[in-house]
Design a protein around this ligand. Structure first.
Ligand code: HMG
Ligand code: MG
Length: 298
């Protein structure tokens, strides 16, 4: 059965901007996020409290949080890689802490400089501390559908990683097709298997549109009653430590599909397209979004 309502997690300001070669001025980031919220976004991944040496584009995370006025009814999230990141996130008063680990050991080493086992061991006390501080915790798994370094990823590995995160008190998993290699039948297979031990309400899908299949994959996930999806306005992003990872699914394309299908998102596509248009000149004048390009032609 299809869900009647879907929750969108807007990750553009983090997953989008982390991979852009230009550094967007803090003020512009904040203005962009205000426009995203005006369009109806209620879950915003604002930035990352990672090492600024690793991700210079998000080195202004503290300033962004300071300058972004908090609205009621909106969840403000940020990526946290370790205890130091959590300390910064708590200072900034985030609502939700997003931990991240890869289903691929090679990618995990490139991304956070340690094997998966070590990440999971180190993230547990971080999750505990976040929960004790009254924050909710989200858990990303990247390379769920395949890895540029290791190729196929077994569902068993994904399942074990998912349970390790859930055991830490993670509220929602984000299952990442980091390099946009998934196809609909695979999405069906993976979600079906995960649903044998994990409620569908605990899973969000994070698609990239590298091969043009992100919307088709979204349909497959909807058929499995998945109710939460990540998107990046304008189709920005990728992963700087994953060769060939380009373009998250554009949130406006995702919302268009959902709203046309009679599934409520609470988001206004036209306003979202305007918001995507706002960031375009600041990231080199290129978006990866059907809705945004239609808007320009029209
Ligand atoms: P490391 O070098 O192994 O860590 O990096 P370290 O503990 O040895 O620290 C090295 C230096 O970084 C030290 O500073 C620390 O203080 C500092 P120094 O003494 O050299 O001056 N440091 C920090 N500074 C600020 N904030 C922190 C922090 N931690 C350490 N939190 C580390 C390990 C995890 C820090 C590093 O590898 C890192 O930041 N990696 C993040 C990379 C990243 O953000 N990648 C993109 C994530 S996106 C993703 O994974 C996929 C996803 O989008 C889903 C999908 O698309 O599928 C989620
Ligand atoms: Mg992504």
């Amino acid at each position: 059965t299809f869900p009647q309502k879907v929750g969108i997690r807007e990750v553009g300001p983090r997953d989008g901007l982390q991979n852009e070669s230009v550094i967007v001025p803090t003020r512009r980031k904040v203005e962009w996020m205000e426009k995203l919220l005006d369009a109806g976004i209620r879950y915003l991944e604002v930035s990352s409290f990672v090492s600024p040496k690793w991700i210079p584009a998000l080195a202004d995370a503290e300033d962004v949080f300071r300058m972004l006025p908090k609205r009621t009814g909106v969840t403000y999230a940020a990526l946290v890689p370790n205890a130091k990141g959590l300390e910064r996130a708590l200072q900034a008063d985030v609502d939700e802490v997003s931990l991240f680990v890869s289903a691929s050991d090679t990618h995990n080493r490139r991304n956070v400089n340690r094997p998966v086992e070590q990440s999971l061991r180190e993230l547990r006390p971080v999750a505990e501390e976040a929960l004790a501080a009254g924050k909710s915790v989200r858990g990303y798994i990247s390379m769920v559908f395949g890895c540029p370094y290791e190729g196929k990823i077994s569902i068993g590995t994904v399942e074990r990683t998912a349970h390790a995160l859930l055991d830490m008190g993670v509220r929602e998993l984000s299952l990442g097709d980091t390099i946009g290699i998934a196809h609909p039948r695979q999405v069906t297979r993976v979600i079906r298997q995960l649903k044998t031990t994990i409620p569908s309400g605990k899973m969000a899908l994070h698609f990239h549109n590298t091969r043009g299949l992100a919307l088709a994959n979204t349909m497959a996930a909807l058929e499995q009653n998945i109710q939460f999806f990540d998107g990046a306005a304008g189709g920005l992003g990728g992963c700087p430590y994953a060769q060939g990872a380009a373009g998250n699914i554009a949130t406006e394309d995702l919302v268009y599909l959902l709203e046309q299908s009679g599934i409520q998102t609470g988001i206004n596509v036209n306003q979202l397209v305007q918001a995507a248009g706002f960031i375009k000149p600041h990231i080199g004048g290129r978006l990866s979004s059907f809705q945004a390009s239609l808007n320009e032609e029209g």
